[in-house]
Design a protein around this ligand. Structure first.
Ligand code: SF4
Length: 178
């Protein structure tokens, strides 16, 4: 089995990513073998590709509180709404801003924010990257981190996978239209 893109040869593949062998994570149902580098509609393989990881202080203040929320913005998207406010990172068929990071680096960046008082970790547009989101959550929990996890999603996902949203609470869903 090939390691996901952006992971060096021999890297341990986090268990949640194994679900990307035959992708049915959203209603597009591409059955892409993302773990082998194949791409479906969302043009996203099995690595950790993010537009940014930053502390956001203006969004959902009731949830994020005075210290803000550490948001992880995933790149590409399984919807492609015409009016997307994050089009610089969400387009599937044009150049975008993206950084291919390893799981360890993502966790280190989030931990730096948590050490500055941030108490929430947000996953922005994760509907096509649920296994990556679960791998990040598992890694943080393994390291004894207990932030609130917020899933900020377009909600275009399979009902059978909605149960995975239980890993992130609260669950923010946006009404979207292609
Ligand atoms: S997550 Fe991506 S590859 Fe998987 S079914 Fe949806 S669009 Fe296709």
């Amino acid at each position: 089995m090939q390691p996901p893109e952006a992971m060096p040869e021999g890297t341990h593949v986090p268990e949640p990513l194994l679900d990307l062998m035959d992708c049915t994570w959203c209603p597009r149902n591409c059955r892409a073998r993302r773990l082998e580098g194949a791409l479906g509609y969302c043009r996203t393989a099995a690595g950790f590709s993010v537009g940014s990881i930053c502390v956001h202080r203006g969004e959902e203040p009731v949830i994020s509180g005075p210290h803000g929320i550490c948001n992880i913005f995933f790149t590409r998207c399984n919807m492609q709404c015409l009016y997307c406010q994050n089009h610089q990172i969400s387009r599937n068929n044009a150049p975008i801003v993206e950084y291919r990071l390893g799981l360890r680096e993502i966790v280190q960046r989030v931990e730096r924010a948590l050490e500055c008082g941030v108490r929430c970790v947000g996953f922005v547009s994760p509907s096509h990257c649920i296994p990556q989101m679960l791998a990040i959550i598992a890694a943080l929990l393994q390291r004894g981190r207990r932030p609130a996890f917020v899933m900020n999603t377009n909600a275009y996902r399979c009902l059978c996978h909605l149960v995975s949203a239980g890993a992130a609470s609260p669950y923010l869903s946006s009404m979207s239209r292609s």
